[in-house]
Design a binder for this molecule. Structure first.
Ligand code: EPZ
Length: 423
């Protein structure tokens, strides 16, 4: 099982280029099921979750080819409608094929995703909303079976709680439903807007993406398109925090600072200095440590839950008390115990973590538990004195493209290694 070896304290300088957003690429790949014409996707990140989604699409009869940064998705057998448990259990976002399959092929059979490290993560809102579009939904041997032999019909739907992939599933399904659909209580994430832009390029009639109310006029069919996915705001935020910890002048190229407004506002208030360009963040060497800060994760445009763990690593080096409140997932503090092994002072009271800083971190072996917790451990390892080994970095490979190469190019002393069998 591969690991990272990090020797802490190395300063970071230079330019890091941000990859395409995993959480935009996944729904955009699923949307290719809505058309029989070729779709050209640009800027997909080469990360494990994308490879998994491509395997799911291959089982569903789609063929993905990669050349010069372009992924061409061509429909093959449009009769397959079953996304098997073996793949879905490795990536819950496979549930994103549910909406397009039932809309385009009138039937879908998708393994019910189990929970994961950060929470139960049910999909009840997805299923209830698809039922309102006229799909017959049932559970069979651990699979969700959704059928609409006569097609889907538009409806007025209100999500009980904001759900990013739920909004995306329904956007895709409603695009081919007969009549008008109004979705209320929608997620407003940039990734939702990116999917809407791709669907519009395919001929979908969508208005209101990026607000909490989206209207869709169903059309009879959708065509192919060429679409470049947006940059990954969570990757950009992760490197921003690395630059604040150890930077001697870091340029974060190819990002959209506007997608990180809540993060930039909070860090600036804590004393961080940086400048923004349309597609870049420029972070000089910080002339003083951050002050302690309080953050509460919220749905977009609030502070993203996917940067909560990384911010907690940053807080271990801030002056004074920081408070981190997680409101989106019920169990997203796995990184706390590992950060404490490195010497952080953190106490947890329910969904609230109190961090006292600055604390000297000392390298040791830590274990990643989920994608974003892994990133937090890498950040802490970059700061910690001596050697830090981050185990189970397959979690990290799900959503960060070539992280060790990007950090090493900035001057970090980090390498991937495989200690061989039985370790
Ligand atoms: C998306 O997950 C992201 N994944 C997550 O990123 C991200 O953390 C999350 O949104 C929140 O921003 C992708 O986009 C592929 P939700 P999603 O549905 O859509 C509850 C990463 O690290 N809920 O918005 O699965 C749910 O349990 C990943 O890249 C229901 O109860 O999240 C959670 O508490 C991690 N029933 C809350 O809503 C439902 O039917 C928000 O979940 C759906 C959701």
């Amino acid at each position: 099982m591969e690991k990272f070896r990090i020797f802490g304290g190395a300063r970071l300088a230079g330019t890091v280029t941000i990859s395409g957003a995993k959480n935009a690429a996944l729904p955009c790949l699923a949307a290719t099921l809505l058309t029989a014409e070729p779709v050209y996707l640009l800027g997909l990140p080469r990360v494990r979750d994308i490879l998994t989604m491509e395997k799911v699409l291959a089982i569903l009869g789609e063929h993905c080819e990669h050349q010069n940064g372009t992924t061409t998705v061509v429909m093959g057998r449009a009769t397959e409608t079953h996304a098997p448990y073996e793949l879905v259990r490795t990536m819950r976002a496979s549930v994103l094929v549910l909406g397009p399959l039932v809309a385009a092929r009138q039937r879908a059979r998708v393994a019910l995703p189990g929970g994961c490290a950060i929470g139960a993560r049910p999909i009840d809102f997805h299923l209830a909303a698809l039922a309102q579009l006229g799909a017959d939904i049932r559970l069979e041997h651990g699979d969700v079976v959704a059928e609409a032999p006569n097609g889907l019909r538009g409806a007025e739907i209100t999500f009980p709680k904001v759900t990013v992939t739920g909004t995306e599933n329904l956007l895709m399904a409603a695009s081919l439903a007969v009549g008008r659909t109004v979705l209320r209580g929608c997620a407003r994430e940039p990734e939702v807007c990116d999917l809407a832009a791709m669907l519009q390029a395919m001929g979908a009639r969508i208005s209101g993406a990026g607000t909490d109310t989206i209207e869709v006029e169903g059309v009879g069919e959708l065509g192919g398109c060429t679409h470049r996915v947006i940059p990954d705001r969570i990757e950009a935020g992760t490197y921003l925090m690395a630059a604040l910890l150890l930077g001697d002048g870091v340029r974060i190229e190819g990002c959209v600072p506007a997608h990180l407004a809540a993060v930039l506002e909070l860090l600036a208030a804590a004393g961080a200095t940086f400048t923004t360009e349309e597609h870049a963040l420029v972070v000089p060497r910080q002339d003083r440590p951050l002050s302690g800060f309080s953050l509460t994760t919220r749905e977009y445009p609030g502070f993203p839950t996917d940067l909560q763990a990384q911010a907690m690593a940053l807080a271990t080096q801030a002056q004074g008390r920081s408070e981190v409140v997680e409101t989106i997932f019920e169990n997203r503090f796995h990184h706390v115990l590992e950060l404490k092994r490195l010497g952080a002072e953190i106490t947890v009271e329910g969904h609230r973590a109190i961090v006292q800083g600055p604390r000297r971190l000392q390298g040791t072996t830590v274990m990643a538990s989920d994608l974003r917790a892994s990133a937090a451990l890498v950040l802490a390892g970059l700061v910690a004195e001596g050697e830090t080994i981050v185990d189970r970095i397959y979690h990290l490979d799900r959503g960060y493209e070539a992280m060790e190469a990007k950090l090493a190019r900035l001057g970090a002393r980090i390498a991937r290694f495989n200690p061989g069998p039985f370790v």
